[in-house]
Design a protein around this ligand. Sequence first.
Ligand SMILES: *Cc1c(COP(=O)(O)O)cnc(C)c1O
Length: 412
Amino acid sequence: MTSVTFRQHAAHPWFAVDGDQLLIGGRSITDIAAQAGQTPFYVYDRGVMTRKMHELRAALPCEVHVHYAMKANPMPAVVSHMLGLVDGLDVASAGEMRVALDAGAASDLVSFAGPGKTDSELARAAAAGITVNIESEREIRVLAAIGTGTGRRPRVAVRVNPDFELKTSGMKMGGGPKQFGIDAERVPDVLAAIGAAPLEFQGFHIFSGSQNLRAEAIVEAQQKSVALALRLAQHAPSPVRTLNIGGGFGIPYFPDERPLEIAPIATNLRELVTRVARALPGAQLVLELGRYLVGESGAYVCRVIDRKVSRGQVFLVCDGGLHHHLAASGNFGQVLRKNYPVLIGNRVQGGAREIASVVGPLCTPLDLLADRMDLSRAEEGDLVVVLQSGAYGLSASPRAFLNHPPAVELLV
Ligand SMILES: *Cc1c(COP(=O)(O)O)cnc(C)c1O
């Protein structure tokens, strides 16, 4: 058994190979396809999630809590598994809240962020006793009315739109004008309003962006987030209990990308833990991570229906595509389309290789999973595997587009 290396991608640290078969969770991709009973499917390896989390814990100071941001992969079985590994769950809708609570999460370990929370969502969150990360003055008014009406004090944290940006982030979610959080300069007034309302203040939430592979940029954002929180804490109506400084830890998708270095982040966090303990005794420092914890654990698998040659170019036409995996097609926020790591899962060592494009069954040129990639020569019936697909896969795709059959999800 060898570890799989891709000609177009750095070595994959998580999956092994046995002859021609890619192994996920120690099982061949052909067996997993038989167990799924169909293609296309997603398969997630719980062992990879566990290893990823253990490696992170071993590096980070033990005082730092890690939460799982469920929107990265909301499959209930994945959420249940993650719940056993992390210190809390972050949800982004009342639907996700239901999955988190069904998985058995204690309400004081669940927080709810996201713009445009409806009155009903806020009422449900308050009734469940989870913490709402306030994103607007309206949310304070609605929750205060719920507090007055029910005689219970809803728990709130203030999501701050910081006065800085996360540098070189895949997606910026803080700094400048944003729909997320409350502008830092307005937070003192908001804290006064919370103090005057029947609300239980928990702390701050500062999330500045996602998919960052540069440790220096994350270190800088974390330092600035803590400095900002310490400044704002002077206006807090009660002691700060939680200080969620976001995450943004990325994973490598493309040949030119290297894995994020955790060591410098851990070193910096050690200093921040000390600073926070001194300035805000009793406050819990929290990181919230989605993609970093689950992204590398998953693969999307579809089958070659048709092998076509058009004017000398090989097309592997598959039964899956962008309707299940928008991100791999390059249409989920990417500026330049690049190929995800793709391989023929039942011909990993393979014999002949060739340059081929992997396309889906949709009537649009956007339905492209691999653009002229170096792959083992594939035949009809072979299994195309898209790696690095454990986060922002099925739930982040337009599943109804063209009304093809749905993909199933397996956790092995
Ligand atoms: C999406 C999101 C996350 C997770 O981001 P990842 O890049 O998957 O780690 C964390 N926190 C908030 C507030 C989010 O919106």
